[in-house]
Write a protein that binds this ligand. Structure first.
Ligand SMILES: Nc1nc2c(c(=O)[nH]1)N[C@H]1C(S)=C(S)[C@@H](COP(=O)(O)O)O[C@H]1N2
Ligand SMILES: [Mo]
Length: 219
């Protein structure tokens, strides 16, 4: 794109996107990661996929699922599953790292990247953090810059099959570069905020951010 010819209608949004991307890059600079390393410090590899939650697995049918996005955004939205499926679909593969020390390689997720949702809701300039809410009452906080990374997505499928209830179906958020507790299952509501606020595990001693390569486990 030619720098001298900004698109008038999108220039503000484009600038904001560049800002999010810039912050994301800054925050995810992977300081502790040596070249070629795949398993973060203190982690061990598993082949199965453990289920971790608060012990309540809400039974949300595809027709009942809704995602409400509000707070510091220009255009609050409520999405249903057909609405999510109508957005551009992506396929993203990454390794899961859980703070309880298991890691699982090569998970392929299908869904909608967070950039598409940011385009829809248009965060205000003051928005810096998000609170993610699950149908089970779970909450977790995440910086906007981490939410906005190109690899983060709202996943409805895993390895080509609809996401099962135990793993957060019909739709969960997945944020690949942070410990897995940030990846809210049964995602139901997102609030954009100006200041950071702890979610469920953060309130109970987990780190505010959770970068596995920096071992940001507890605070
Ligand atoms: N809604 C919701 N999301 C959640 C949780 C939860 O209890 N409720 N637990 C988190 C934790 S601590 C982990 S490790 C992962 C586990 O996801 P999994 O069960 O698919 O492995 O989900 C995260 N997302
Ligand atoms: Mo976890």
């Amino acid at each position: 794109m030619d720098d001298d010819e900004p698109l008038p209608e999108t220039s503000k949004l484009t600038r904001s996107k560049q800002r999010w991307a810039g912050e994301g890059k800054f925050l995810t600079g992977q300081p502790a990661r040596a070249a070629g390393e795949r398993l973060p410090p203190g982690q061990h590899l598993v082949r199965d996929w453990p289920v971790l939650d608060l012990g309540r697995q809400p039974d949300i049918s595809a027709s009942r699922w809704r995602l409400t996005i509000g707070g510091m955004v220009e255009r609050p939205v409520e999405l249903d599953l057909p609405g999510l499926m109508a957005l551009r679909q992506v396929d993203i593969r990454f390794d899961i790292h859980c703070v309880t020390t298991w890691s699982r390689y090569d998970n392929a997720w299908q869904g909608v990247d967070t950039a598409a949702l940011l385009d829809l809701v248009q965060p205000r300039d003051e928005a810096r953090f998000l609170m993610l809410h699950g149908y089970d009452g779970y909450t977790t906080n995440v910086p906007l810059a981490d939410f906005a990374v190109p690899q983060a997505l709202f996943a409805h499928s895993w390895n080509g099959k609809p996401l099962t209830r135990e793993h957060g179906g019909p739709v969960r958020l997945v944020i690949p570069h942070l410990y897995f507790w940030k990846s809210a299952k049964w995602i139901n509501r997102i609030d954009f905020m100006g200041a950071d606020k702890p979610g469920y595990w953060e309130e109970n001693g987990y780190h505010r951010r959770g970068d596995p390569w920096a071992e940001e486990r507890y605070s």
